[in-house]
Design a protein around this ligand. Structure first.
Ligand SMILES: Cc1cc2nc3c(=O)[nH]c(=O)nc-3n(C[C@H](O)[C@H](O)[C@H](O)COP(=O)(O)OP(=O)(O)OC[C@H]3O[C@@H](n4cnc5c(N)ncnc54)[C@H](O)[C@@H]3O)c2cc1C
Length: 495
């Protein structure tokens, strides 16, 4: 099948759905959204592991144009966020635009026709004036290549591909990794498994979680007086925004928060030997700061062991650590996160002159303009692209800023009757040197850790350095002078 469309959007997470809503609001009907899975929801469709929840309060971790007075908890669980996204798709009548089970395999810019040619693994092709990639950064599970894993006869799965058919009751479980997902699912399964060995490489900083149910009364108030919910959202936003001071301005400020985290640990972990293993040796914020009230207590259970020696070998029914201890296990669960800085390697995008985006980024480093546009790749827009992730606030705020920016770019194309909008290389370079200058002063570089924020060269290609309102201000209006707008070659009428 071949289809021509004005705007082609990839993905149906917060990014793709938000973009589709904006297009509909602009009265645009000529757009298609491609989704590789059978359902929408992105992160919140894939991550159905026990205990999965957001770690930014729900009143902030949601669209500003679609506040949800019915959030049942401060930090909603996966099912509720998934339902919320389904409701957004229904309310804004997005489903007729979505093609499910359609995985984009490649996109090529046609310089003559000034169009993107997009191919899918299912053999369909699309031609589009603009291509919006809302493919997400945390959707390709990162499964470590453990030595000898091919000999393991038990079950293995990643937290983002939870095997709900596998009954963990009484099983000997190995958990690899102690990041954001692991600290959510470990407490939820610890009481039903026979034994659990948690293999930790680097301990995370864990803060208390200010979670609670949102009462019926509060929900009624939010429904009756929507401005109260808006006020509360703003309050959450500014509280979280203030923490950017420690991340980006002066990492020493983190000492205060570290004190809270250490007291939290001391209160919840009575065993000083276990506490020693759990004490991070880097500045808070260098890796994602986690929140939990039930992870530490789960570690103190008699059937749970924290192993800090590296995994040296996997055998048929066991894992051997670097101290030579053999741990017999029935199942290995990977809580090892996602491919992040290399997540774009999986998309084959060719811009002007056939330049391969992934190759260019591998060789020269990932550079974009505000994480949205890339010089030499006209009419291509990223949502939640490089250096727009956050450690301290809701990425939905960033996504919405980007959606507004892209909508303006599309308008620019129309008002200038242009066929091509390409960011000037000088603007992109200037932006990146300023960005990297700021990032090197931040906790991600100064904090003394290795994290998924950094690429192989240790350069931060993932997070936005600092306040999100600054990002909002700077992307509020598209500076036309930063772009080259090219009109389509006139087709001569034949007599
Ligand atoms: C467990 C978990 C908890 C999180 N909690 C928070 C939080 O509390 N606060 C926060 O700010 N962030 C959080 N995040 C980050 C989260 O990923 C983002 O907040 C947000 O959901 C990203 O939305 P997205 O639409 O950009 O990407 P995704 O939700 O990943 O959606 C991308 C979509 O694109 C589709 N897709 C990808 N490639 C292709 C292709 N080639 N062809 C077709 N379709 C494709 C995918 O199937 C997917 O549906 C969390 C992440 C995880 C994994």
């Amino acid at each position: 099948m071949h289809r021509e469309t004005k705007v082609l959007v990839i993905g149906t997470g917060f990014s793709g759905l938000g973009m589709a809503v904006e297009l509909r609001r602009r009265g645009e009907h000529d757009f298609v959204v491609l989704e590789k899975a059978a359902d929408l929801g992105g992160t919140w469709r894939d991550n159905s592991y026990p205990g999965c929840a957001c770690d930014v309060p729900s009143h902030m971790y949601s669209f500003s144009f679609e506040l949800n007075p019915k959030w049942s908890r401060m930090f909603a669980r996966q099912g509720e966020i998934f339902d919320y996204l389904q409701r957004v798709a229904d309310k804004y009548r997005l489903r007729p635009h979505i093609r499910f089970n359609t995985k984009v395999s490649g996109a090529r810019w046609d310089d003559e026709a000034k169009r993107w040619h997009v191919t899918t693994e299912q053999g369909d092709t699309y031609t589009a004036t603009a291509l919006v990639a809302g493919v997400g950064a945390l959707h390709i599970p990162n499964v470590p290549e453990l030595p000898g894993i091919e000999n393991f006869t038990g079950r293995t799965f990643h937290s983002a591909q939870w095997d709900h058919d596998y009954d963990l009751t009484g099983k000997r479980v190995a958990v690899v990794g102690t990041g954001a997902s692991a600290i959510q699912f470990v407490p939820k399964i610890a009481d039903r498994v026979g034994s659990m060995k948690i293999f930790q490489r680097t301990p995370p900083w864990i803060m208390p979680k200010a979670d609670r149910e949102i009462t019926e009364r509060e929900q009624r108030l939010f429904r009756a007086l929507p401005f109260t919910q808006r006020l509360y959202r703003n309050f959450v936003y500014w509280v979280r925004e203030s923490s950017a001071l420690g991340f980006a301005v002066n990492p020493k400020i983190m000492q205060f928060a570290q004190g809270i985290a250490l007291r939290h640990m001391k209160k919840q972990v009575p065993d000083p030997k276990l506490r020693e293993k759990l004490k991070p040796g880097y500045t808070m914020g260098c890796k994602r700061v986690l929140i939990s009230n039930d992870y530490y207590p789960a570690l103190s259970r008699p059937n749970v062991d924290l192993v800090t020696d590296k995994i040296s070998e996997v055998r048929e029914k066991s894992i051997v650590d670097s101290a030579g201890v053999e741990h017999e296990v029935d199942v290995i669960i990977y809580g090892t996160g996602f491919h992040v800085v290399d997540s774009f390697d999986y998309l084959d995008i060719q811009g002007k002159g056939g330049v391969d985006l992934a190759k260019q980024w591998r060789e020269k480093g990932i550079e974009t303009y505000y994480g949205i546009t890339v010089s030499g790749f006209p009419n291509l827009f990223f949502l939640l692209g490089p250096n727009t992730g956050l450690g301290h606030n809701s990425v939905v705020f960033m996504i919405e800023s980007q959606i507004r920016y892209i909508a303006q770019c599309l308008r620019l194309l129309e008002t200038h009757r242009a066929a091509e909008l390409d960011v000037r290389l000088e603007a992109q370079q200037e932006f990146n040197s300023e960005l990297q200058g700021k990032l090197t002063k931040g906790v991600w570089t100064q904090g003394g850790c290795q994290s998924w924020y950094l690429d192989a060269q240790g350069v931060n290609r993932t997070v936005w350095p600092g306040f999100t309102w600054r990002y909002w201000m700077r992307t509020k209006r598209v500076r036309a002078e930063d772009y080259v707008l090219t009109t389509a070659p006139r087709v001569k009428a034949s007599r």
